[in-house]
Design a protein around this ligand. Structure first.
Ligand SMILES: [Mg+2]
Length: 169
């Protein structure tokens, strides 16, 4: 099955991109979330006691991963398809590149990754050129024309089957 991955912050947090992810899911693609957030977080006791969840602080902002899991559930993405940056130590570009290289080596094919981070886009597309993986990174940074680029990549989609599915549901 062909896989498509989405960054979380600044990407899947946008309603139009969430709607696009839903569409891709209905078209039969295997949807993944690839985020530079770390998941091995333990809040200081005072924060946990006050807020009831594990939070982590990045550039002065508190984040909680519950929202990532909640969105995944809304989109019908299983937890095993959510990939965090273990430890959160590597730069986003390096960690995502390593992720796709490993997946490629193990025979898992991704055709598209959507992300708002220019460093990630540049890094992934450079590594694709080196044949280290086959994923094409599409930028949704600011007003980048991501929908058109994504649709070109999904050009072999069976739209007739999709419309039939839609008509029957
Ligand atoms: Mg992002």
């Amino acid at each position: 099955m062909k896989r498509i991955s989405f960054d979380y912050d600044g990407t899947l947090t946008r309603p139009r991109i969430r709607a696009y992810a839903k569409l891709c899911k209905r078209l039969g693609y295997d949807i993944h979330i690839l985020t530079s957030r770390q998941n091995d977080i333990t809040s200081p006791d005072y924060l946990y006691d006050a807020l009831g969840h594990d939070f982590f602080c990045y550039r002065g902002i508190l984040y909680c991963n519950d929202e990532v899991f909640a969105l995944a559930e809304e989109l019908g993405i299983s937890e095993e398809n959510i990939h965090f940056n273990p430890g959160g130590f590597e730069s986003s570009g390096r960690w995502k590149s390593t992720f796709f290289r490993t997946e490629h080596e193990e025979g898992r094919k991704y055709i598209l990754h959507l992300d708002d981070d220019p460093e990630v886009i540049q890094r992934l597309n450079k590594d694709k050129y080196q044949c280290w993986h086959e994923v094409t990174a599409v930028s949704c940074f600011k007003t980048a024309p991501w929908v058109d680029k994504c649709n070109i990549l999904l050009a072999d989609t069976d739209w007739a089957a999709y419309l039939a599915l839609k008509a029957n549901s």
